[in-house]
Design a protein. Structure first.
Length: 102
């Protein structure tokens, strides 16, 4: 299993558009095989920092998600919004969960 944690901060005026772009790719993700991945997005209490936490059964599933056109469009718009170096991607090791993830 591959697990990733992504955080980034957007400008306040971009928050609504970022949420809309996230909704678009999540809609497309919902059409895929949910038994092979979990993808959640959160907004921190500062109102401008987004956190994406994802788990993939394998690299093939990860690559499938990362290449969904609406996700690629989301990433391009997010990056063009001016993240000022706040974009951090971390691969994290799974330790435990209260219910099965995958």
């Amino acid at each position: 299993m591959i697990n990733a944690l992504v955080t980034y901060t957007v400008k306040p005026e971009f928050v609504a558009e970022n949420k809309s772009n996230i909704s678009k790719f999540i809609k497309d993700f919902k059409k895929l095989d949910h038994s092979r991945f979990v993808y959640n997005v959160y907004l921190k209490d500062d109102g401008v920092t987004f956190v994406h936490i994802s788990s993939y059964l394998d690299e093939k599933m990860q690559q499938q998600l990362l290449n969904v056109p609406s996700f690629l469009e989301f990433q391009a718009k997010r990056d063009q919004s001016g993240l000022n170096g706040s974009h951090i991607v971390s691969i994290i090791d799974f330790v435990a969960a209260s219910k099965p993830i995958l």
